[in-house]
Design a protein around this ligand. Structure first.
Ligand SMILES: CC(C)(COP(=O)(O)OP(=O)(O)OC[C@H]1O[C@@H](n2cnc3c(N)ncnc32)[C@H](O)[C@@H]1OP(=O)(O)O)[C@@H](O)C(=O)NCCC(=O)NCCS
Length: 154
C-alpha cells in the first residue's frame, strides 16, 4: 500500500467507488446524489484547489484502492477516507490512515463516523483515535437522521 498525490484520472475511479450502495449506507454522511457526475467533479475541483486540504490516492498492488483526505471543518482538521468495496478487509484503510497521519502531522485531528460504521470506527481506534462525543445529523446516504461519533487523536 502506498500513497501518492491525486492525478487527474483518479477522480473517475473515486466516482465509481462512491456509487456502491453498501459503502453509501456505511458512510451515511454522503453527497445528496452520488450519481450526479457534474456535482461530483465540481466538489473534487474545490477539494483539490483548497490548499488547506491534503488529499492522497491510495494505491494497492499498483491499482487505485481509494483516497484519504484531511480538510478543515469548523476550524478543525478532520480526516475522511473511502476504499473500493472489492478491497475491504485487507487492512488497507488502517495502513493508509497511519501513513497519512504521518504526512499531515497535525494534532489534534478529528474524525466522524456513523455509530454503526464498525469498520471505520475500528480503523480510527487502531490509529489511536478516541471517541470524544456524539451527535445526530441528517445523512443523505440513508435519507434520515443518523447517530454519529466524533473522534479525536492527540
Ligand atoms: C470503512 C472502510 C474505509 C474500511 O476500509 P478497510 O480497508 O476494509 O479497513 P481495514 O481492513 O483497515 O480495517 C477494517 C476493520 O474493521 C473490521 N470490520 C469490518 N467490517 C466490520 C463489521 N461489520 N463488524 C465488525 N468489524 C468489522 C475489520 O475486521 C477490520 O478490523 P481488524 O483489522 O481488527 O480485523 C471501508 O469499509 C469503506 O471505504 N467504507 C465506505 C466509506 C466509509 O465508510 N468511509 C469512512 C467514513 S467515516
Amino acid at each position: 500500500m502506498t500513497l501518492r498525490d491525486v492525478g487527474g484520472g483518479d477522480i473517475d475511479v473515486f466516482y465509481k467507488h462512491q456509487l456502491d450502495p453498501a459503502a453509501i449506507w456505511m458512510a451515511a454522511f454522503t453527497s445528496r446524489n452520488p450519481e450526479g457526475r457534474d456535482a461530483f467533479d465540481s466538489h473534487w475541483r474545490k477539494v483539490l484547489d483548497d490548499r488547506s486540504n491534503t488529499v492522497k490516492t491510495i494505491l494497492f498492488n499498483g491499482g487505485i484502492a481509494g483516497h484519504v483526505a484531511k480538510y478543515i471543518d469548523e476550524g478543525r482538521p478532520e480526516v475522511t477516507y473511502w476504499i473500493d468495496r472489492a478491497l475491504w478487509g485487507k487492512g488497507i484503510a488502517t495502513d493508509a490512515l497511519l501513513k497519512f497521519l504521518a504526512i499531515v502531522a497535525v494534532c489534534p485531528i478529528f474524525a466522524r463516523a456513523a455509530r454503526d460504521n464498525i469498520a471505520s470506527l475500528t480503523v480510527l481506534k487502531k490509529c489511536g483515535f478516541v471517541i470524544t462525543g456524539d451527535g445526530t445529523g441528517y445523512a443523505n446516504g440513508r435519507r434520515g437522521e443518523v447517530e454519529e461519533f466524533v473522534l479525536r487523536l492527540d
